[in-house]
Ligand binder design. Structure first.
Ligand SMILES: [Zn+2]
Length: 69
């Protein structure tokens, strides 16, 4: 699954099992949990988008991430 890299804004790859996020355009390489925290802490506009997800990660694994582009 392609998502936007929080570092270079190009396409990064989200693992099918949401276990990792990697970007070929820069050296971004984190677990999905770290990625969510990284984005939330560094991008105000993204923290708005992720707010619901970050606040309700307990008991959830994937959520409704299909909406991501
Ligand atoms: Zn990148």
């Amino acid at each position: 699954m392609k998502i936007k890299c929080p570092k270079c804004k190009k396409n990064a790859e989200l693992g099918m099992d949401f276990s990792f996020v990697k970007c070929d355009s820069c050296d971004f390489d984190m677990s999905y949990g770290e990625y969510v925290k990284f984005v939330a802490h560094n991008e105000t506009k993204y923290s708005d988008i992720l707010g619901d997800y970050v606040g309700s990660t307990e008991g959830q694994s994937s959520g409704s991430l299909d909406e991501w582009d």
